[in-house]
Design a protein. Structure first.
Lengths: 248, 234
């Protein structure tokens, strides 16, 4: 009897849901949970199909308040995926979310935005295009590379002076703020002034040449100098010999 | 008897060591406490949601003591410093706080600020700074030794703009050094010494493929000429 009771309890505990719904909040009942378990529950709550592209493995620890606001559930799910090296590819028209390894995000089609207001604030990978007004796109992309996420990409289209970013939506928001600060008329005027200064005060290298090199290049000078020197020595010797003759 | 003991022990186990009375953290001592239980205590005391992946437990014991009552703000700064010393960073996202390895902060952690307003604590932030004089290239290069382990600094071609990604207090120090270097005298010295030209990058961005081919042919011609000259001399 006891054994049956224990089995029943374990069965009930196993079937227990991870996310419980209150009025306007969701409660995560465990401190340490498996992400696959979380996404299964998430799919049930959102009434959306979840596809795991591979064996999704990972654990997440939750400390303190385990309450999630209704409007922040999607954001929370994106954090959980990102924390374990996965990303959510959302396809609203198909009513499905695919959980894939972030490394494989380049092989998937994800949402493309050109207005920052439409870019959601979460950790899902999205694409974003941005046309620059003043700064040159290739300069900006080169300088943005250190601030990209692990599997984030940034390229520029020189003719259209446009930047194309594929990264987490959160990072795109951050990069957008930085690019907006840079992309101002002052940037161009300063750049021109800086280039003028650099050309005006360009570093001039003074060539240090050895005496042999100088002689090699200037043969005429060397011959003249050598003949003068020879003449002086020759006359000197002749004079001294004459003097000696007189003495004799 | 055992049941009563367990029942008595349960509240003690779930009890947080961190006590906050009227916004002041009470004196306490933490000795050889695992980082996970410290995080749990902190989140419970402040009633926040802390999130993390699996944390490494190797040499990650927390030791600290608070001898006097401490304002909550200072305690939060202390929390960030403790985590930073253990190789972790905190990223605040909406109503959640994520604890991540400091090494992973480059993958998108840290809010964007301008140099006039940014938090001067152990939080990782990205700060945009504008120099008064066009010295960005030399200053950014010279500041690299002063960056923290995972800090980054870049400059832009306008000569004034610098972006630093590092801990708030570290950036504060770096900006202090920068303000000393960013003056008219430095510009005069630079003009005297001369600006070194950057090495040309042979990329498709700067030159077209045809131009590169022509340059390559010219170089090959020059090499041939030199070879012929050498042979004639011999």
């Amino acid at each position: 009897m006891k054994i049956i009771l224990c089995l029943l309890i374990s069965f009930v505990a196993g079937a227990q849901v991870l996310i419980k719904k209150n009025n306007n909040t969701y409660n995560v009942i465990k401190q340490k949970f498996d992400i696959k378990e979380f996404f299964v529950d998430y799919g049930k709550i959102k009434n959306i199909n979840i596809i795991f592209s591979e064996d999704v493995v990972g654990k997440t620890f939750l400390y303190g308040k385990k309450e999630i606001k209704k409007e922040e559930l999607d954001f929370f799910a994106s954090i959980i995926a990102d924390e374990n090296g996965y990303t959510m590819v959302v396809r609203k028209h198909l009513n499905q979310i695919e959980i894939i390894s972030t490394r494989d995000v380049r092989y998937k089609t994800n949402s493309l935005y050109s207005d920052i207001k439409n870019v959601p604030f979460n950790y899902n990978h999205v694409k974003f295009t941005m046309k620059l007004e003043y700064a040159l796109a290739n300069e900006v992309t080169r300088n943005m590379r250190p601030f990209m996420s692990r599997y984030g990409r940034i390229i520029d289209e020189r003719n259209a002076n446009t930047i194309i970013i594929s990264d987490t939506a959160r990072n795109i928001h951050r990069l957008y703020k930085l690019i907006k600060v840079l992309d101002k008329p002052a940037y161009v005027s300063r750049k021109l002034a800086n280039e003028k200064f650099n050309t005006k005060h360009a570093f001039k290298k003074i060539k240090k040449e050895s005496i042999l090199n100088v002689l090699k290049d200037q043969h005429v000078l060397f011959i003249i100098a050598f003949s003068i020197l020879g003449g002086i020595i020759g006359f000197g010797i002749a004079n001294s010999l004459n003097r000696k003759k007189m003495e004799w | 008897m055992n049941k009563i003991l367990i029942l008595l022990l349960l509240p003690v186990l779930s009890y947080s060591k961190i006590k906050i009375v009227n916004g002041m953290v009470q004196p306490m001592k933490y000795e050889n406490v695992s980082i996970e239980s410290f995080l749990a205590d902190y989140a419970q005391a402040l009633d926040i949601t802390l999130l993390s992946g699996k944390l490494s437990t190797k040499n990650k014991k927390v030791n600290f003591s608070i001898s006097k009552e401490l304002p909550l703000k200072s305690f939060k700064e202390m929390f960030l410093t403790i985590l930073s010393s253990k190789g972790y960073a905190v990223v605040k996202d909406k109503s959640f706080s994520r604890v991540i390895s400091s090494r992973d902060i480059r993958y998108g952690g840290g809010e964007f600020y301008t140099s006039s307003d940014f938090p001067r604590d152990d939080r990782y932030v990205m700060v945009f700074h504008e120099l008064r004089n066009p010295l960005a290239h030399s200053i950014a290069r010279n500041m690299r030794p002063f960056m923290s382990r995972y800090g980054r600094i870049i400059n832009f071609n306008d000569g004034h703009s610098i972006v630093i990604h590092d801990r708030g207090d570290q950036i504060d120090k770096i900006l202090g050094i920068m303000s000393k270097l960013d003056n008219k005298k430095s510009i005069q010295t630079l003009a005297k010494l001369g600006v070194k030209k950057k090495k040309k990058r042979y990329s498709l961005d700067s030159k077209s493929l045809d131009e590169l081919k022509v340059e390559k042919l010219k170089l090959e011609e020059e090499i041939l000429k030199r070879k012929i000259e050498k042979r004639s001399r011999q």
